[in-house]
Ligand binder design. Structure first.
Ligand SMILES: C[S@@+](CC[C@H](N)C(=O)[O-])C[C@H]1O[C@@H](n2cnc3c(N)ncnc32)[C@H](O)[C@@H]1O
Length: 314
């Protein structure tokens, strides 16, 4: 996911969550959530730490002042505050930078969401390892209790952990071996044996036809591709151009009553457009389905977070 894409340019004010909402979220076993969101960036609480993600220095300074005021109101202090610049070009992205707090503490940390443990690495890269806007979708997956789950573009395998805890055999696919290793670590953090699950360092677009040919079928599939990707052979893949190809290939491995999560940060694919594409693919593949537009978590104001849709195949 490429976070900056979904924040509208219009000057909507910064929205801070109330300390009461923070307590409610925390009492549900969640220590990773947004504290504030606005046109110039957002503030995330990650356990004991905070990251301010900003586009311009003025927005960073405004959020830093807002954080001080919020902490006073909430009677809470982060151990460390990091600043993360969101550049216009993805190539200019760097890891968050420590702004205040003990520089000798490790940059790896563990947060919880609904009691599930996830390892974060604030120093590893631009993204720390958990996309907080998917909290409601992870909760939905848990309720669905899949038996065989395919998590494509799996990143650190948060959805796979949830599926496995709900009793599923899981297959996690990502081009990045490092991300899959972090996924295995997330399994271990939750006392799940990674050896009982599959982690495939493959190109999703190439793997799906192979899985279909082998007769593999799944009752939950996560499709959360990046906006742009390049295959191992250098082939360019752009979500708005290739989304239907991806979903058509996924439908070939969808068992009856399969729940497919469609998710994207591409601003050209809002939930209405996603549903239009999904309805077309269902028609092409002669599958009938129901479509559910999930609510965003309460700490995400409108216009923030990925566009997502559940396609419930009959
Ligand atoms: C948007 S993130 C996925 C986030 C994940 N669904 C989550 O909630 O944590 C995109 C991931 O897709 C992976 N990726 C990019 N192109 C890929 C491809 N063609 N096949 C498999 N994985 C790919 C990247 O390495 C990255 O980990």
């Amino acid at each position: 996911m490429n976070p900056p894409a979904r924040t509208p340019a219009s000057a909507t004010p910064m929205v801070w969550m109330t300390p009461a909402l923070c307590k409610t979220i925390e009492s549900a076993g969640t220590t990773a959530h947004r504290l504030a969101s606005g046109p110039g960036g957002w503030v995330e609480r990650l356990g004991d730490d905070v990251i301010i993600s900003y586009k311009q220095d003025a927005a960073r300074d405004e959020m830093a002042a807002g954080l001080d005021a919020w902490c006073q109101k909430a009677a809470w202090q982060p151990v460390r505050v990091f600043h993360r610049h969101m550049p216009v070009k993805n190539a200019d992205r760097i890891s968050p930078v420590l702004h205040s707090g003990d520089a000798t503490l490790p940059l790896t940390t563990v947060v919880t969401e609904a009691g599930i443990r996830y390892g974060l690495d604030i120093g590893a890269s631009y993204s720390h390892g958990l996309f907080l806007d998917q909290r409601v979708n992870r909760a939905t997956l848990r309720e669905l209790k899949p038996k065989r789950m395919l998590n494509t573009f799996a990143y650190t395998c948060s959805f796979s952990v949830v599926g496995a805890l709900a009793g599923a055999e899981t297959v996690s696919v990502d081009l990045s071996r490092k991300s899959l290793d972090r996924g295995r670590h997330n399994f271990t953090l939750n006392e799940l044996d990674p050896a009982k699950h599959r982690f495939l360092a493959e190109d999703t677009n190439e793997l799906l036809p192979t899985l279909a040919a082998r007769g593999e079928r799944f009752d939950a599939i996560i499709l959360d591709p990046p906006t742009f990707s390049r295959s191992k052979t250098g082939r360019r893949w752009q979500v708005e151009d290739h989304f239907e190809d991806l979903l058509n290939a996924a439908l070939e491995v969808a068992a009856p009553k399969c729940a497919i999560l469609l998710s994207t940060n591409c601003t050209k694919l809002d939930p209405t457009t996603l549903e239009r594409h999904a309805r077309w693919c269902a028609k092409v593949k002669r599958r009938s389905a129901e479509y559910i537009r999930p609510a965003m978590p309460p700490d995400f104001p409108a216009g923030h977070g990925a566009s997502t849709l559940w396609m419930m195949v009959r």
